[in-house]
Ligand binder design. Sequence first.
Ligand code: NAD
Ligand code: TYD
Length: 342
Amino acid sequence: MRYLVTGGAGFIGSNFIRHIFNKYGSDAQVVNLDKLTYAGIRENLAEYEGKKNYRFLHGDIAKQEDVAEAYKGVDGTGVDVVVNFAAETHVDRSLMEAGTFIETDVHGVLVLLEEARKHAPKLRRFVQISTDEVYGSIETGSFVEGDPLNPRNPYSASKAGGDRMAYAYAQTYDLPVIVTRASNNFGPFQYPEKLIPLFVTNAIDNQPLPLYGDGKNIRDWLFVDDHCAAIDFLIGKGENSETYNIGGGNERENREITFKILEILGKPESLIKRVADRVGHDRRYSLDSEKLAALGFRCDTNFDQALERTVRWYADNEPWWRAIKERSAEYKAYYDKQYGAK
Ligand code: NAD
Ligand code: TYD
């Protein structure tokens, strides 16, 4: 299979490419189109550089000429499958500046879809990676795919735009699109501005863990390997124009996650620092993943073991995250101003 993966230098995209090569070996060809924003780290996939079946393309999904080049594939023969991970992804950054979110998460999806039209009917699958955040917050129960979208922050609103644009192109132009909505991922190579890697790396350095508000917001945690396996499964088994929830089935309050991280690292709870709440902070995300289960896929990773493995990965890969943290000074200044101690 010939894949075009966008955003493959980021967290989930790099894990997905590794998953594909581990599973399909030289039967897979992958073009990785990535803009290398602050979150894109080409070295995440250093082991594949120079291989015949891997091509890194530095470019922007919102630029037609970059996208046209990427659709040529590794060897100029084209691609069978497009998986669009490329996005601006951090809610707190969308509160600082939302324009780039619209440019990439909405307009970029449109550019990828327009190019897909040119390659239909040879294209077998276009996967738009969306998020549970497009449904908004839910106090009780879980969202199913047909529920109305109610995004409540600039990140989730822009993702909802891309999500529905992909659906619109499936309906209007009969493209083989599926949309996936996953819950909060965790695992190796996650940028250390998101909850788990930020708290793990801060704790290693005996720095405060800034817990927003009352710490009781709930996320449903999905190990990144399960997410990658689900996407791979849906490329084969998903039906055109359909949307699939991919929930980890591990709902936890943020404070529980925080305690676990400290326990694994043997660090004191006094490192927890209660800070101001995030504005418009969604209280709880929860997905019903029965539609995916009915096709024959269930996430089976044990949460506690996966969290422990993840924490160990950061402990074992200090140079990776230290280099990132050192070059994130501008965002850190904004973050510290926003989340000063109460
Ligand atoms: P990430 O921020 O780690 O990586 C994003 C990647 O996209 C980076 O490599 C970046 O350089 C690249 N990129 C950004 N703008 C681009 C552009 N215009 N053109 C080309 N490349 C561009 O993100 P992630 O956490 O790996 O998320 C990947 C996808 O999964 C996103 O679409 C996100 O919305 C979705 N998602 C993430 C989670 C999660 O918990 N991380 C959960 C559900 C869905
Ligand atoms: P995050 O990893 O940013 O993912 P998202 O907001 O997309 O779900 O945050 C996960 C949860 O952790 C969310 O409820 C906000 C909270 N959080 C903190 O309490 N402190 C922090 O420093 C960060 C980054 C997040």
